[in-house]
Write a protein that binds this ligand. Structure first.
Ligand SMILES: [Ca+2]
Length: 133
């Protein structure tokens, strides 16, 4: 829950849409009391106010461009949270998603929506490595 210590696993995920159920992201990680930090960049298609959504079990927080858009660092099961941020088309924004699993089921999903764009999982085409420029 404190995201402390050296990471047990470092990898690249194309999208953030996971349902580990009673499991974990990797055999090297126990099924309870783990945490994940995703770091990368996000590129919107429209210059609009975006609604960012998460569904998580358990805690989650999302920063876009350093701004805390979703802050839900609590025990919860399959709960949707949302926050809004104004973005400019074609710009690469830093995004960081932190997540922790307490016990039981584990899931994490990142979605977005704007006036021109239906709600859905943020696609791989809009996500980039932290080093992208
Ligand atoms: Ca849980």
């Amino acid at each position: 829950m404190t995201l402390s210590g050296d990471p047990a696993v470092v990898r690249t995920d194309a999208v953030l849409d996971f349902n580990w159920r009673q499991g974990s992201p990797d055999a090297a990680i126990g099924i309870d009391f783990f945490s994940v930090r995703w770091s990368g960049k996000i590129k919107p298609l429209y210059t609009e106010t975006y609604q960012i959504y998460t569904t998580s079990d358990d805690g989650i927080r999302v920063r876009v461009n350093g701004e805390l858009v979703i802050d839900s660092w609590v025990k919860q099961s399959g709960t949707e949270r949302s926050g809004s941020i104004s973005l400019t088309a074609g710009e690469l924004y830093d995004i960081q998603v932190e997540y922790y699993e307490n016990q039981g089921d584990a899931k994490a999903r990142l979605m977005w929506q704007s006036p021109s764009q239906a709600k859905g999982t943020v696609p791989a085409s809009a996500l980039f490595l932290p080093s992208a420029s």
